[in-house]
Write a protein that binds this ligand. Structure first.
Ligand code: GLU
Length: 445
């Protein structure tokens, strides 16, 4: 890392102790940015990096609620409003027991660059809670969401901060959150949240967008080597919204998708995953992958273990951060891996990224490859602002254009900086330059 940037990075680490994921995300971005600062020393004088690493506002709050047995439960809520140079803070809410400030800040930091790459007018933010939705009834989820919004509502707004979903937050939760926001504010402010239901201000394609976008981005990477998804053997981690839609899109491009996982284990379905059955088990019944294996002949279910033990030519990590380590990466590479498209945020460890890059595997980092979700959220905001709703075809067309645009911007930036094919460098510099320009123009704030 450039020595000037390393000194700034060390101050950031010392100032934010114990936030390992945030440290990782900052380090990974800083490693790309030396050459930009050689060309633009004014960025150092204006302390753009120091400002970027300090969120504009961080909110931490108590979320009290009662469970179905009448017992009082207390969770912690977060919203980190990281950077508003390009637009209102924008990013999802994650409900998962692992959530603490360091995870919200890594996600918020990544979101700044991701949102910039989409070319849409959105800043970066993220939030969530250490609430564990697993095993909770609908009524408990609703009471939790209502309590969460009873504090959050005063910090958000269509021109201020626009949350959406992430792990543990889907259409059901956005519904409860929106209802409570409307009730407290007495405003039908559609643009305050994205990922809404289609009959009350949501956008077609938003549920599919992250998974579809990841596959479209990966397809663009494959094209640069004269390849496509046709005939690729694909392994996907996760089986939530991103994973399911990545599987569906890869299959529509004639890939053979043979494995996916949940937090208990993974399935291998050599005949190709049956997306209809997968949706039924995971989205309708909110069940486990084991149930899928019990209902379909020829499927093996492996309890525990890592889905990355399954050979693939294309890997789509769509579960969570740091799920794919250096050893798994080396094994995949030895067994014929060609490309990786990150559907999750920072799913590959730094060691894994180094293995992919050193071995010439096409590697699409999450902040570029999974930007289709938030880009389609921005399309939802556009529809809300004009009180319009677009067709599936039109919206999907926009998503495709945006993903191809992100790919091309990353690729041309990597070329410009003398590292063709380095999508990490391209994404970090491409996103950073847009945000830094806007910050310089807006003065010291
Ligand atoms: N949580 C998603 C992400 O990581 C989507 C955010 C949004 O739609 O605002 O980008």
């Amino acid at each position: 890392m450039d020595a000037r940037l390393e000194a700034i990075r060390n101050t950031v680490l010392a100032r934010n102790p114990g936030e390992a994921e945030f440290h990782q995300a900052v380090t990974e971005v800083f490693e790309s940015l030396g050459p930009v600062h050689d060309r633009h020393p004014e960025l150092l004088e204006a302390a753009i990096l120091e400002r970027l690493c300090e969120p504009e506002r961080q909110i931490i709050f108590r979320v009290p609620w009662t469970d179905d047995s009448g017992r009082v439960q207390i969770n912690r809520g977060f919203r980190v409003e990281f950077n508003s140079a390009l637009g209102p803070y924008k990013g999802g809410l994650r409900f998962h027991p692992s959530v603490y400030l360091g995870i919200v800040k890594f996600l918020g930091f990544e979101q700044i660059f991701k949102n910039a790459l989409t070319g849409m007018p959105i800043g970066g933010g993220k939030g969530g809670s250490d609430f564990d939705p697993r095993g909770r009834s609908n009524a408990e989820i609703m009471r939790f969401c209502q309590s969460f919004m009873t504090e959050l509502y005063r910090h958000i707004g269509e021109y201020t901060d626009v949350p959406a979903g992430d792990i543990g937050v889907g259409g059901r939760e956005i519904g409860y959150l929106f209802g409570q926001y409307k009730r407290i504010t007495n405003r039908y402010e559609s643009g305050v949240l994205t990922g809404k239901g289609i009959s009350w201000g949501g956008s077609l394609v938003r549920p599919e967008a992250t998974g579809y976008g990841t596959v479209i981005f990966t397809q663009e990477m494959l094209k640069t080597r004269g390849k496509s998804f046709d005939g690729q053997r694909v392994v996907v981690s996760g089986s939530g919204n991103v994973a399911i839609n990545a599987i569906a899109k890869a299959q529509s491009f004639d890939a053979s998708v043979v494995a996916c996982s949940d937090s208990s284990g993974y399935i291998v379905d050599e005949a190709g995953i049956d997306v209809g059955l997968l949706r039924e088990v995971k989205e309708v019944e909110r069940g486990r992958l084991k149930d899928y294996s019990l209902r379909r002949p020829g499927v093996s279910y492996v309890e525990g273990g890592s889905v990355w033990d399954v050979d693939a030519t294309v890997a789509l990590p769509c579960a969570t951060q740091n799920e794919l380590d250096g050893d798994a990466a080396a094994r995949l590479v030895r067994n014929g891996l060609v490309a990786v498209g990150e559907g999750a945020n920072m799913p590959s460890t730094r060691e894994a990224v180094a293995v992919f890059q050193d071995s010439g595997v096409l590697f699409g980092p999450g902040k570029a490859a999974n930007a289709g979700g938030v880009a389609t959220s921005a399309l939802e905001m556009q529809q809300n602002a004009s009180r319009d709703s677009w067709t599936f075809e039109h919206t999907e067309q926009r998503l495709t254009e945006i993903m191809v645009g992100i790919h091309d911007r990353c690729a041309s930036t990597a070329d410009e900086y003398g590292e063709p094919g380095n999508y990490v460098l391209g994404a970090n510099i491409g996103g950073f330059v847009k945000v830094a320009d806007a910050m310089l123009a807006q003065g010291l704030i």
